[in-house]
Ligand binder design. Sequence first.
Ligand code: DP6
Length: 345
Amino acid sequence: MTQLAQPDLWAKAAQQQCATALAHPNIAFIKYWGNTNHQLRLPANPSLSMNMAGLHTVTRVEFDPALPADTLEINGVPATGPGLERVSAVLNLIRAEAGVAAPARVVSRSNFPVGSGIASSAAAFAALAVAGAAAAGLPPVEARLSRLARRGSGSASRSVPSGFCEWQPGDDDGSVAFSIAPPEHWALADLVAVVSREHKAVGSSGGHPLADTSSLQTARVAGAAERLRRCKEALLARDISAMGPVIEEDAVIMHGVMMSSRPPLFYWLPATMALIQATARWRAEGLEVYFTIDAGPNVHLICPAEQAADVEAKARKIAGVRDVLKSAPGGPAHLLAPGDEFLHP
Ligand code: DP6
């Protein structure tokens, strides 16, 4: 089993019952949509993603027996209600495994817009799992950390290992993500064309239970393993012209399920469709760019790093594009040294 190679920081965190971790969001090339067990977040199908360097969430967890209950602060604002309950549920798993009773103070900050199709929950729960496990004195075993992250948010399982990650269905212990290639494997760029910064009306957690109400979900799930096989083969061969059509097809099939569920989920805006059509045009002009879209209207443009500047300039000219966020393949979730500047500006 993979061990996270930061023994000194893990030992110190256990001693001080306090740890700070950084995790990147990830973009799925083969999507996770629908669960076989919602409470355990066991996915209906396998998925494959790339961690997004440049974007991150940093989370500090401090167990403190003097606290009456867990507290949570996100981007400087105290959080209560369902957000805090979801964090406490993961902390309860950590406490039970580590034999810790104390409530925790959790402080989290992200450097990217929350709730707009960039999987903020993936980075958030991967960072929480790693910081919480370290502060509770659990051992740094990647598969166990990926499982803890998955229990907070399914896609967070894929933000724990490094680079390009695969996550297979299975039971609570076995359904964890693992790296299939390090970030250095392939200099890809993900340019996120942001067309809306608004909070989604229905987030992923509300959407997964609707997947089975679409008559298309059975066909989507049945074809996922084969799409993943083709995507993985192309990724390992660094062949974008083979990988691109698979990721576009997989994203469109997922949105077909979303649009045909009861009630339907329409995440696309007119600018989303404009970007889909522009991507095909840019390819005809010689760029190797392909799109994928998560549970939101923003469009991730995937291309070789050397074409990123061209693609970004073209995307900025599309009406309705407010911003373009750039990222490259990212590393694993990991601990930061105590007193990190990001949390104490
Ligand atoms: C469309 O992992 O955000 O981004 O487990 O309820 O937190 P929860 O769902 P989440 O779902 C991600 C859905 C997706 C596709 C993907 O990332 O694979």
